[in-house]
Design a protein. Sequence first.
Length: 293
Amino acid sequence: MQLVFGDKKSQVCLVNSITGVDDTAAKQRIAQAIVDRLIFIKFIEAKGWMNGDKAFLFNMWKTYNASPTGSFYDSYLKILFFNVLNNPHDEQKRGPFVGIRYLNGGLFRKTSEEEAYLEYSVDDSILSKLITFLESYRFGDVNLGESNYHSHLEKEVMSPEILGYIFERTANHEKGAYYTPDNVTKFITSGTLQALILDLFNSKLRKRGSPASKRIENALVDGSLDKGDLREIYTEIQNLKILDPGCGSGAFFMPVINFLMHIHKLLTSELGLPFNPYIIKKQIIESNIFGVD
């Protein structure tokens, strides 16, 4: 993990800013874990899951700087990572961490390197640069107008796909671990799921004696299909079972969900049905997509 800030004369590297560890490879893996965790926190704070504070990390850094004691990593981040986000016992959480829920995914469990070097820490100087860097991005679909920090700045959006990119850069390819890039997952989704659903429409069109369509949108607007046809197609789409036999982090599921959401929106509009994005996405996740890891 070579996260470097500054010009050639004054470069500050995250790996070299980790103290209390005498093994370079261990430092690199700890640095990777720290960056993964901070990026993930930025995504969940954008969702309002850090007690509704969409600038939680930034505000925590400001609180520390107002009265610095020890190091920011020891005083705040270690507690947040291991005692809060990795702790299912909410009654044990204190101060600014009250109400922050346990995340049962393993990201905030100590790595073997962290277990081996329990007293390790990270210099404040690099954390300051890292947090400032993260604050220059807009994560997910966060609405800047709802935040009370940097709201006047134009920010580049950081997609959740960055987590897959980080995984790809650090994956053990010798063991068969790969992250499929976004353009590939979209291409495969187009060639399979989109083609399958287009076939459903064209099957109905042929029965009506109408020419096949090259696009789902065209099949909807040419008037050949009645609401009965569309209801039957919609039922088949709702009952689709899509399996990724090596799903990993779910790279293929993202374009699948997005495409199915698009189809649901088109068909509910044609059928005069309500379109609730939350409910429909939940139905897709629960009923349509399946994965083996």
